[in-house]
Design a protein around this ligand. Structure first.
Ligand code: GKR
Ligand code: MG
Length: 439
């Protein structure tokens, strides 16, 4: 089955003003929907990061793809790896997400571009054989993928601009009480059984209070995790780890409290010395296989947050699962704003991974029906999980009318990349800078 065409659909999706240590989400998040056509009349799709750079990288890959057999993914990967070697060796910087929001680090572009193509090819193969994608990866460890409630401190507003402004479903949330309300709303609607709080926004004392309030409200049956995206110093991370020793126990974790593997290792060492075994998780310091030996050697990270979008696709996701199990590391999954195509890719990845032992992150509740690009609308959740449908490939088809609508919106937008820092200066504080550590 040969690829005859590559279609790229840049889209803009309404996004509420969510806060993180990176800054503020803009009124629209950007995504790219990728579609391949084959000589057998079968199409395959995937979803990846949006904006100018990811789009240009996919466009540049077109030449490699036309005429290629969708089954020959290893040779394609080898070409991407050789290209990465040539274009990035000797380039200053690293692949971490310390200073780059996910999708904006040029050093992982080859891996991201390959992943988008790999998933579209696997989708086409699954559709041709009428087999769910996770079954192509060797079958299921589970028939549904669990996700967690992903809570954010947020300003008033539901995203979108002008006539396209959206209702503010969750309302402003800048206090512990408001976050507890947000959790109730999200859990009631989706049935999540684990909770993640995006931190690094308010004074750590208030964030500690927020986690405590969540614990009081939901009890130990719903594990809690907090992720300040490196906003804290080692000292602050240790202090928060001590204060939340009880609340983050029993299946919770502390995610990327401070920047860098050395800092994380120091936090872990000091918490252990205090008899606190809260695991540290990462999707900022650990974003590729190359990071794992050092992270493991230092004892800096006990749980890796995978992400098929930048770890190199679904087969890489399975390899990571194996790696983690051999090294005794836990496995969870990272997310960014996304639509149903990505949600299904994440669900298939989670279904195929025997060692994934935490519910995956998802931003899906922050987007709405109006912005969905899969036919039939939003993907349903059952008790916080997404079921693997008995359909070929990812199990979704693209809605071309929606793609056209969201594409028009993308064309009209004045920005072509995610820049939470600029957004923060524009809407909240003209002098705001991302400073690490902030506390
Ligand atoms: O959406 O603001 C956000 C998050 O901070 C996101 O960009 C992170 O990459 O969810 C992510 C994380 O777990 O670090
Ligand atoms: Mg994170």
């Amino acid at each position: 089955m040969k690829i005859t065409a590559l279609h790229l659909y840049p889209v803009a999706i309404a996004d509420p003003p969510l806060r993180s240590s990176y800054g503020l989400h803009a009124p629209y998040a950007l995504r790219t929907i990728v579609e391949i056509e084959t000589d057998e009349g079968i199409r395959g799709c995937s979803e990846t990061y949006g904006g100018e750079q990811p789009l240009a990288q996919l466009q540049a890959a077109r030449e490699k793809l036309i005429g290629r057999d969708v089954f020959q993914l290893t040779s394609l990967l080898m070409e991407f790896e050789a290209q990465a070697q040539q274009e990035t060796s000797g380039v200053e910087g690293d692949r971490s997400q310390t200073w780059h929001v996910p999708g904006e680090n040029p050093l992982d572009r080859h891996s991201r571009t390959f992943a988008a193509i790999e998933i579209a090819c696997l989708d086409a193969i699954g559709k041709a054989w009428n087999k769910p994608l996770c079954d192509l990866l060797g079958g299921r460890a589970r028939s549904e993928a669990p996700f967690s409630a992903y809570l954010f401190y947020k300003h008033r507003g539901g995203g979108g601009l002008g006539e396209d402004e959206r209702p503010d479903e969750y309302g402003e949330a800048l206090t512990p009480e408001a976050i507890v309300r947000q959790a109730h709303q999200m859990i009631q609607k989706y049935g999540f059984r684990e909770i993640k709080l995006k931190g690094g926004v308010l004074d750590p004392e208030l964030e500690v209070e927020t986690i405590r309030a969540l614990r009081r409200e939901f009890g130990p049956a719903l594990p809690l995790r907090i992720d300040p995206n490196c906003a804290w110093s080692v000292e602050t991370s240790v202090k928060v780890g001590q204060q939340l020793a009880e609340e983050l126990s029993g299946g919770g974790y502390l995610e990327d409290p401070c920047a860098g593997l050395e800092g994380m290792a120091e936090v872990r060492k000091r918490l252990l010395a205090d008899g606190i075994s809260t695991p540290l998780a990462s999707n900022v310091a650990v974003t590729s296989f190359a990071h794992i030996p050092q992270a493991w050697k230092l004892g800096a990270v006990q749980i890796v947050l995978s992400d098929p979008h930048y770890w190199g696709g679904l087969r890489a996701q399975l390899q990571l699962d194996h790696f983690c199990s051999v090294l005794g590391l836990g496995l969870s999954m990272h997310s960014n704003n996304h639509l149903g195509v990505s949600l299904m890719a994440m669900a298939h990845a989670a279904a195929a991974c025997p060692h994934l032992n935490f519910a995956c992150d998802t931003h899906y509740p922050w987007q709405t029906e109006q912005d969905e690009v899969v036919l039939g609308g939003r993907i349903p959740f059952h008790n916080g999980s997404v079921r693997i449908p008995e359909k070929g490939g990812l199990g979704v088809e693209l809605d071309y009318d929606q793609l056209a609508r969201l594409g028009e919106r993308y064309e009209k937008l004045p920005y072509r990349k995610r820049d939470d820092e600029a957004e923060m200066r524009k809407r909240v504080d003209p002098n705001w800078r991302r400073v690490l550590p902030r506390w």
